[in-house]
Design a protein around this ligand. Structure first.
Ligand code: HEM
Length: 206
């Protein structure tokens, strides 16, 4: 019970990030008759690859946007949880890697370098590798102040991902608005005023 009380935040993130994997499994045709073969087809033999791109891409960008709202959320409400943030980072990376794995399987790795939007997505995915590998307490302790510097690469990843989605003319505006507002709240002078306002309200209430 004590464990759940202490860890429920990241556990909820893990459940929310894992549940949609059931949809992904449903879109795959897994056949064990002749070794393991995975194809992107439904029961009627129709291709499910577009749906797989859609589901994995959407979850990747949603989690990435969510991670980047953690700091603005802290500035606005004074609430933060490092483990929740790290779990969100892992969810972002896992969904992005799945998105890319399906792409490689369907189109081939070399196809990545045929369009600017794919290259932008590819660089974003590369950035996520060190972020994914260091999203844990051990790496935080080992890297000390460099950990924060490394994590700030997430800004480049979101800009490249938004570029990828915008060029594809998919849903990008809502994510850009949320991320953009988050960046504005982080501007030192705005951040300082919000923090001062919160501190004064807290002082009045005690
Ligand atoms: C090597 C990296 C990547 C490749 C090759 C790639 C490729 C693709 C392809 C082929 C599509 C479908 C395009 C279409 O339906 O016309 C797509 C859609 C999408 N991708 Fe990526 N992508 C990559 C990385 C990323 C990353 C890092 C993110 C976000 C974190 C992302 C988010 C999305 C989103 C949101 C969509 C639109 C889904 C929809 O609404 O249908 N992609 N991507």
């Amino acid at each position: 019970m004590r464990f759940i009380k202490k860890n429920y935040g990241w556990m909820i993130v893990a459940i929310l990030a894992t549940l949609p994997m059931l949809v992904v499994f449903n879109l795959l045709n897994i056949d064990f008759t002749n070794g393991l073969s995975i194809t992107f087809e439904d029961a009627d033999g129709q291709s499910t690859i577009d749906m797989l791109y859609h589901v994995t891409g959407e979850f990747a960008i949603r989690w990435m946007t969510a991670v980047l709202t953690c700091t603005p959320f802290f500035i606005l409400f004074g609430v933060t949880n490092l483990f929740v943030r790290q779990a969100m980072g892992v969810a972002t990376a896992v969904w992005s890697f799945l998105h890319f794995i399906f792409f490689i399987q369907a189109e081939g790795f070399s196809e990545t370098f045929t369009q600017v939007n794919y290259i932008a997505g590819f660089v974003a995915t590369l950035i996520l590798i060190p972020l994914f590998l260091t999203s844990n307490r051990k790496s935080m302790k080992r890297l000390k102040s460099n950990w924060k510097k490394l994590q700030s690469l997430a800004y480049a990843a979101i800009i490249l991902s938004l570029l990828h989605v915008a060029i594809l003319e998919k849903t990008w505006l809502i994510y850009t608005v949320v991320v953009g507002l988050g960046f504005m709240i982080r501007i030192p002078i705005i951040k300082k005023q919000i923090m001062a306002y919160r501190a004064s309200r807290r002082a009045k209430s005690v």
